[in-house]
Design a protein around this ligand. Structure first.
Ligand code: B12
Length: 494
């Protein structure tokens, strides 16, 4: 079969990220003997022309649209990225009537039914697609409905959806590595500005899928399943050597959390040391699982930057979020990286369940201590509100507290903000003041000219307007699908 994969992620403002998901699936499809091409809209100025030209040239049987991001995940800056996916599907059909549209990608997996309806796609594949895309194509080639393909979703004539739960299994020994030649070269010549320096877009590698934690807001179980699927340590090291030998100068490990479970990350790092791998790299870190040995190995292999999933500095709130660490560990872990000369960025929520004046002040006080204004290598990235995803404990809380109805269409994100924050004007003013007083803290780019309370009102208005517009494209809901049940957490070793 002929497949054109299109990545619709054009987000450069945060920083451009390689379409590793799309490239992974495209490589797999090629290796299985199909003809596959990729089109990455990140670098295109005329999207329509680019899509039409690629479709006209290739005349694909299938256009696979990779939806990494659904939205900005930022209540103060409501932006929805999925209308481009809808346009891509329309352009492809106009150019080549009869082409089959299939959706996939991490963003897609978090709101599959509504995105299927919105894009009017024939099929979707939720979860990771290393082991499902090829069987899916085989079914299509035979003219058979791919009803048993793991993760598949399609609309039945009665308007309801047929869904197969993703299996969330992967045999890494069979999965081919993403072919770096499928990445647009412009990623590697592009530089982006951070707070105080210019950075190159890193090459990316994933060492495992999934996470052992069950944080109440996290939707990653819909993308990667529950439990952890580990790659083999030697294969990860081989891949890093290959990327390094191809001249890629910077690396990012894109595991949801690198240091969980700790032993596996130590094994990876020891292998890097054994092979003499040393290049600048970064990752996301769980503050609860940081030991001197981990930091030492990270630094010896070139780690220069870590993003802490800190979430809150107050133990009561951390407990409620089901985090596996407390304030004491945030401070200790931060200090270990600081002493080792590694840059730390803390990602924090304001408005988690139970958050109020006391807990917000406590969190800000901890950050004052760890990330003082002018500190050269520490930053705090604040987010007001938590994006709610269907099926999470946070969704249940939001419904129980009357913030959501339980029947929302999440194509436009909904946010949870504790009443103790959103209902406290004085606290919102204090938050604004404290964020602005620290040039190493970030909450919203326009805060110097538009006050926080005004911005919340404006953003809610913008979000309602976007929702009204998008809802006109959503078909009415068919009969409710059977809920997907999360499988019990477990750690699968290959
Ligand atoms: C690492 C990561 C980051 C890193 C990226 C670093 C880098 N250099 O790449 C950082 C911290 C920078 C980041 C930033 C953001 N991220 Co992020 N990120 C992730 C994370 C943890 C892993 C993504 C990844 O690389 N996976 C590895 C690849 C191999 O897997 P994959 O992309 O899922 O692809 C597989 C499947 O999806 C599928 N597939 C992919 N494409 C296709 C296409 C077809 C046709 C098919 C059938 C299948 C298919 O098969 C692939 C192979 O297994 C995910 C959560 C998660 N667990 O997936 C969030 C996630 C993708 N991020 C998300 C978001 C929102 C963002 C930001 C917008 C946040 C922000 N406010 O700034 C930015 C956007 C940045 C940008 N320019 O796009 C959301 C997206 C959902 C949404 N609500 O929109 C996710 C899902 C987190 C979540 N659970 O909410 N992110």
């Amino acid at each position: 079969m002929k497949v054109l994969f299109v990545s619709v992620n054009k987000l450069k403002s945060f920083r451009p990220v390689l379409p590793i998901g799309m490239v992974t699936v495209a490589t797999q499809v090629r290796t299985a003997g199909h003809e596959a091409e990729v089109l990455d809209l990140m670098w295109e100025e005329e999207d329509e022309e680019a899509v039409r030209a690629a479709v006209a040239r290739l005349r694909p049987d299938v256009v696979g649209i990779s939806i990494r991001n659904v939205d900005s995940q930022n209540m103060l800056e409501p932006v929805i990225y999925t209308p481009l996916a809808r346009e891509v599907a329309d352009w492809a059909r106009a150019e080549h009537p009869g082409v089959t549209i299939v959706l996939g990608g991490p963003g897609f997996s978090t709101v599959p039914e509504d995105l299927m309806g919105f894009v009017r796609a024939e099929y979707g594949i939720t979860g990771f697609a290393e082991e499902s895309m090829v069987p899916f194509l085989v079914h299509l080639a035979r003219g058979a409905e791919p009803e048993d393909v793991p993760g598949v979703i399609y609309r039945r004539p009665d308007g309801s959806y047929h869904r197969r739960e993703p299996v969330f299994r992967i045999d890494y020994r069979k999965a081919v590595r993403p072919d770096p030649d499928l990445y647009d070269r412009r990623y590697f010549t592009y530089s982006y500005e951070t707070h105080d320096r210019s950075e190159k877009v890193p090459a990316t590698i994933q060492t495992k899928k999934g996470c052992v934690l069950e944080c109440v807001f996290c939707s990653n179980f819909l993308v990667d399943g529950t439990g952890v699927k580990f790659d083999e340590v030697s294969r990860v090291a081989d891949e890093v050597e290959r990327l390094r030998d191809e001249g890629l100068e910077v690396l990012e490990i894109v595991d949801g959390v690198f240091n969980l479970p700790l032993n596996y990350s130590l094994e990876i790092l020891k292998e890097f040391v054994r092979r003499g791998i040393e290049m600048p790299w970064s990752c996301m870190i769980n503050p609860g699982n940081v030991t001197p040995e981990l930091v030492d190995l990270m630094v010896r292999t070139g780690c220069y930057y870590v993003e802490f999933g800190t979430d809150s500095g107050c133990d009561r709130i951390l407990r409620g979020l089901k985090k596996n660490f407390r304030q004491r560990q945030i401070v200790q872990s931060h200090r270990l990286f600081e002493q080792a000369g590694v840059r730390v960025e803390h990602c924090l929520f304001i408005g988690s369940p139970g958050d109020d004046r006391d807990s917000v002040r406590e969190t800000f006080d901890v950050m004052d201590e760890l990330v003082p204004s002018g500190a050269p290598d520490a930053h705090a990235y604040w987010t007001l509100g938590l994006r709610v995803c269907r099926g999470t404990a946070l969704h249940t809380t939001a419904v129980a507290e009357g913030q959501l109805t339980g029947d929302e269409r999440f194509i436009v994100p909904k946010y949870y903000v504790s009443k103790g924050v959103i209902g406290d004007d004085a606290l919102l003013d204090e938050i604004e003041e404290r964020v602005l007083a620290n040039d190493n803290w970030y909450l919203w780019w326009g805060l110097r000219t538009i006050g926080l309370r005004t911005r919340i009102r404006m953003a809610r208005e913008e979000s309602r307007r976007i929702e009204a517009e998008l809802m006109t494209h959503l078909p009415r809901r068919g009969p409710a699908p059977a809920p997907l049940v999360a499988t019990p957490r477990r750690e699968d070793r290959p």
